[in-house]
Design a protein around this ligand. Sequence first.
Ligand code: FA5
Length: 376
Amino acid sequence: MQPIDEIRVRLDGDVQKLESRVAGKSAAQAPALASGPEEEGPTPARQFEDLKVRYLGKKGEISGLLRAMGTLPAEERPGFGKLVNELRDRAEALFAALQERIQEMEIAGSLAGSKLDPTLPGYRVPLGSLHPMSQVREEIIAFFQGLGFELAVAPEVDNDWYNFEALNIPPDHPSRDMHDTFYVDDKVVLRTHTSNVQVHYMETHPDQPIRIIAPGFVYRVDNDATHSPMFQQVECLVVDKDISFANLKGTLFLWARHMFGAETTMRFRPSYFPFTEPSAEMDVSCYFCKGTGTVPTGTGTVPAGTGCRVCKQTGWIEIGGCGSVDPNVFGKVGWDAEKYTGFAFGFGIDRITMLKYGIPDISYLTRNDNRFLRQF
Ligand code: FA5
């Protein structure tokens, strides 16, 4: 017999022997296949590796045949090479099939005796969703980023300077009373509004145009159905040459329509904030009753013509404060008030969320009750 035939016969025999060893083990015995004690002899997995190296390894028998080819007369080489290649393909196919068989037995072995039933359907992992306030916050951020605004942040625990003084609210200013501040000490507060971002940002980005949107948590000693001691606001600041109140109105109009629907109208009521001049409160027409104060078409529980509870029958919903940046604020942060003008607004995200979804009590937002949260 030619050496090439000898190797083929031996290969077939060896593979067959190992195959019957693998098949002969029941699933219960199978753990020993992969990692059984050495005194039982090498495991089939180990035997498989040895066998593969013996035939297909660099110094294996099939590679040996290829090396021996150099000793043959030139005219015999192509025919011999073809036979060796066929033998190598055959060996590779046999080993691939055998390896699959061994892996199957290993899996069967690791499951045998275990309580795991891989045929049972899996547990459904419930999909969560963003908190309604986060959804509103993300929607606001995305809208303003779409207009080219940059996202900014400021500390929640801050110096009196940033929260009050630089915003034109000196000590003893009456407007401090309205803020019901949590004091950490004489000079450090839990910020009462996101307007502190205005000061931080202007201090760190001097003498350049600004367009920022800055959501975040704020704190006040305040607690009832529409007020919470910890709530979220979103601040906006635009500073450049020739920024006017009209720019503020245009920006807010775009945003209100995006947030509350294309039919939304808005109005500004004169107001007072020490850091804006002029200042206003912005209201949008009630999206629920379309500004009429009464529910136009009945729902399951509310008959048509009922007074609208979303806007308390006024037809308007208050969103937050806004105005043109007070020149004194520019002065406090060292900016030239002759060169720059700007506008700012600060809205309550909790309040917008309540209005958008008709939530009657602000505390629902922080109760962590799944029956409530699952609705969003
Ligand atoms: C301010 O906080 C100003 N910083 C807003 C501002 C910014 C004006 C920039 C001008 C320029 P005000 O105190 O009104 O304003 O609060 C703004 C909004 O925060 C309110 O309209 C309301 O929606 C929300 N808000 C106020 N207090 C609470 C509270 N305790 N719980 C929940 N939301 C509140």
